[in-house]
Structures are given as C-alpha cells and as structure tokens.
Design a protein around this ligand. Structure first.
Ligand code: FEO
Length: 407
C-alpha cells in the first residue's frame, strides 16, 4: 500500500471505515483516509503520524516495512499539526523510537507538552517560518507557518527537490481511498466525488478559517508545487493546482468571493404546513431554472447542510415557530453557520407562526449578526391559504431577482 511519490518520498495511509463521526460529530459515511509521509535522505523524516482507528501504528509500521524502514530508523518526526488524528499515536511512536527529534512550530511544541502530555524536552526542535532542514542526499525540507489551517500551531512542510507540499489538513477531504491514494489511480468520476467530499470536509472543519486558507495559499505561491500531499485523502500528483484552486474557491465562499448560483432550501417542519410551502418555493425556484437543493432537517445530517449552504448564494430557511422561538433543529443549523462564519448570503425565511409566532424576532437578530441580506419573511398561521401562497410566489420572485442582481 506504500506509494512512492518521487525518489525517496513515500506516502503511507490508513483508512478509517469504522468511525461514524469525524471530530466526534461530523458524519463520515464514506470514511476518511489519514496519510503520513516518509522522506529518505541520509537522514529519514516521518511527516505526520496518522493513526489507525485504535490510535496504534501497526498499519503504518507494516507499510514502513515494505520500504525497509523501521520506526527506530526515523531521525525526524515532523508534526505539522497537533490534532489527535495526527498525534494520537505519539506515545506509541516514542515507545518504538528513542532517537528521533520531534519537530513542530513553537506553538506545536507547546501542544506536544500540554496536549499530548509528552515531556522529553531534549528531543524537541522548534521550527521557524521558512527554516530549512537538510536530510542529505539532495533532500531538504522547508517549513511554512500556515496558522489556523486548521489550528494555530499548523505548519506545512515542503520538500524542495521534488516540489512536494505536505499540507496536513489543508487540501484534504473526507472519503476513504482504499488501497489507492494518488489522483492518477482514480477515474475522473471518482475524483469528482472526492472533490464533493472535500467541500463537505472544508465546510465542516476548515470554513471558520477561510481568511487563513487564502493567506496560506498566497504564501505558498512563492514555491513551485508539483505534488500536494495532504494528511486526509487523495494525493494530487498530476494536477496539484486542481485541489489548490478548489480550496481557493471554497475559501472565497465566506470571505466575499464568488458563490455558486444555487439556492439551498433548508426545511424543518412540525406538522407539514411549513414543508408544503417549502416545496412550493422549491417549484418556483426550479421553474426559473435555478439550481436548487432541498434539505429537510433534522433528517439531513448537518455536515451535508453546511456543505450545500457554504457554496450557495441564496438560502431559503423554512421553519415554524417553536415555543415562541426558532425551531430547535434550525437553531442548531444557525449556530453552526455562525461558528463557521457563513456570512454574506441572500436569504428568505418562510414558516408557520405556530399559535402565536416568535421565531422571527430571534431570526432577525441572527440575520443582522451574519450580515445576511434578508428579504421580509413569509409567515402565516397553520395551514397556508391561497393568499399565503400568492405572497410566497411574490417573495420568491423578489428573492430570485435579488440573486440575479435585478434589484
Ligand atoms: Fe486532521 Fe485538524 O486534524
């Protein structure tokens, strides 16, 4: 399963298929793949320490053996990022290796001590921005501070002779790759499916840090990248700019870049009245040839709601009032949109008032905080009347005009 990316540079990976959730709550029905890399010069560096699902390293150990390397041979362990999916097996590694220098940014080394509870001070080496470490035999690693892609301590490692960027969480995706790993091993349809999972991964994990993603991409434009080797999912060897440009687009979705010409309808309904109107809205949107995705909640896992909403220019929230306030499953969606900084959307809300209303007040406060361009909501009591449907039709027309910049 070991893949040679370039002379002396190898990718190792583990497929997590039995984990139901990433970070404990993001659904991953397609699994996820964790990658580590080995760079062999006169010295040997292991970059990122991908765990298997039991936080052991047996899978990686087996793959190292395929290239004649044991854990005890590793001279440098480079930790680009300290989250547990890359470091949960650090103690297991140290039990098998007594000599490797543990390298990370200053914030990373602090986390090795405080977060991983490892205190072997004499083995730590703090890496500074743009610093280079020669491994001999024409292999040189250079380190780039790329904070908040995905935690503040994050760096990316670049091998100069081959132009390989070990980007850790950056440019990663959900989806297990199985025995394959390189873009050249997948069909175009499979790559497109990974790109879709990259969007969901981005919306769930990285979206709060879009400004940092953009900065990191700008910073990395100073070097020539031939291979993008992330720690999650496909390694991009044939067209490395494909995933970099995709991430650039993702980062723009919530930082004033272009969004997709798409309407995402997120619909929660207690007794079907709000759902009936949401489907009316869907018909009206589709009748105008707009790309439209209808996501019922709570049935749709919120990780998919985030992916669809992040890229869409227009959102329709269909939700009734629940106990004088926002319908709880939608409250959770709003909470995540706020956390992930889903700013600058064009919005329409529709929903039944229940017996007295109340959701609208809280909803307006959220719209203001999120800088959403929200049209007046369409609300009604109980079963929608013909007049309510006429109002909906006018509001959806107005909404589509707003999306088309006609008003
Ligand atoms: Fe793959 Fe932020 O850890």
């Amino acid at each position: 399963m070991t893949k040679e990316l370039s002379t002396g540079i190898y990718a190792l990976h583990s497929n997590l298929t039995d984990a139901l959730y990433f970070e404990g709550f993001w659904s991953i029905p397609t699994g996820v793949t964790l990658n580590s890399y080995v760079v062999v010069g006169e010295k040997i560096a292991l970059i990122d320490l991908c765990n298997d699902s039991t936080d052991s390293l047996s899978n990686i150990e087996k793959q190292l053996k395929e290239i004649g390397i044991a854990f005890s041979d590793i001279d440098y362990l480079i930790l680009n990022h300290l989250e547990s999916d890359h470091t949960g097996a650090l103690s297991a590694f140290l039990a098998k290796n007594e000599k490797a220098t543990i390298c990370a940014s200053a914030k990373g080394i602090a986390l090795v001590k405080n977060f991983c509870k490892i205190d072997e001070e004499e083995r730590f080496r703090v890496l500074t921005d743009l610093e280079q470490v020669s491994l001999g035999n024409n292999k040189t690693l250079q380190f780039f501070d790329t904070p908040n892609v995905h935690w503040p301590e994050t760096i990316m490692t670049y091998e100069i002779s081959s132009g390989t960027l070990f980007s850790c969480d950056g440019f990663g995706s959900y989806g297990k790759t199985g025995d394959k790993l390189l873009d050249t091993e997948f069909t175009e349809a499979e790559l497109v499916a990974f790109e879709k999972e990259a969007l969901r991964y981005y919306a769930n994990i990285v979206a709060s840090f879009s400004l940092f993603v953009t900065k990191a991409i700008e910073k990395l434009s100073s070097v020539s990248i031939n291979i993008v080797a992330p720690s999650h999912g496909v390694v991009w060897t044939k067209d490395p700019m494909r995933i970099i440009n995709l991430y650039k687009k993702f980062a723009g979705y919530n930082t004033k870049g272009p969004q997709e010409k798409k309407v995402c309808i997120i619909c929660g309904s207690m007794y079907g009245n709000t759902k009936e109107m949401a489907h009316e809205a869907e018909k009206l949107v589709k009748a105008q040839s707009w790309d439209c995705e209808f996501l019922p909640i709570p049935e749709t896992d919120v990780s998919y709601v985030l992916a669809s909403a992040l890229e869409a220019e227009g959102l329709i929230f269909a939700m009734p009032t629940y106990e004088y306030g926002i319908y709880p499953p939608m409250r959770y969606v709003f909470e995540l949109f706020m956390k992930k900084h889903f700013y600058d959307k064009k919005i329409l809300r529709i929903g039944s008032k229940g017996w007295v209303g109340g959701a609208e007040k809280e909803y307006k406060e959220i719209c203001e905080k999120m800088r959403w361009n929200a049209l007046p909501s369409v609300e009604w009591f109980g079963k929608p009347s013909t007049e309510d449907k006429n109002q909906l039709s006018k509001s959806v027309t107005h909404f589509l005009n707003l999306l088309e910049n006609k008003e």
